[in-house]
Design a binder for this molecule. Sequence first.
Ligand SMILES: Cc1ncc(COP(=O)(O)O)c(C=O)c1O
Length: 238
Amino acid sequence: METKTEATTTFLTRPYLPPLEEFLPYLAQIWESRRLTNGGPFHQQFEEALREYLGVPHVCLFANGTLALITALQALRITGEVITTPYTFAATTHALLWNGIKPVFVDIRRDTCNLDEEQVEAAISPRTTAILPVHCYGNPCAGERLQQIADTYGIKLIYDAAHAFGVTLDGRSLLALGDLSVLSFHATKVFNTFEGGAIVCHDAKLKQRIDYLKNFGFADEVTVVAPGINGKMNEFQA
Ligand SMILES: Cc1ncc(COP(=O)(O)O)c(C=O)c1O
């Protein structure tokens, strides 16, 4: 039996890595400062650089995209039922289930593989609190129509934008859509931090709540304002 080696394997994708010699000086800085995590200098620099690069008002970094999704649902206090797509990575649905929310699947469009916006209204019930579409493979969802539906029914619109890093439509970032968007920086993604993720949101108050929630609910060293989780990105990832 032939063993698969690097030479005989055809890679569909491979993670992007910078030259090791460019990475090592950053590691040296971490060794010197002993700031390994908890919003250290690299975390702060990366969050700001990403905010500028993506052209968005607020970025909250996470250890991975799944924790970002779970926290995003908590931050907006989503409950009951959420309309979502069956054609996605498992984490989209699992984030709902980990919050005790019932996923209500609506079929996808053939052209984009995204949630079919014209089937969403028929799935809305009195328990529906949000729509969770995915920009599948970076194909933009029908943002305008979905927002119209969310506004009509007074529900939230949360994008799983794990595949949509840096994607623009008519010169506008997809991350400007909805109440917030969640990114993944997993090794398989266009842009990676080994593991990693972020929530992109539009107002400072929501960013603050997300930042508390991802850090055990700590508002300061002695005040816990909510039952949080540990979703922090560390200095090595940043
Ligand atoms: C659509 C989608 N949502 C969520 C995730 C979860 O992201 P992560 O692997 O960073 O937890 C992924 C990829 O892994 C994904 O493809």
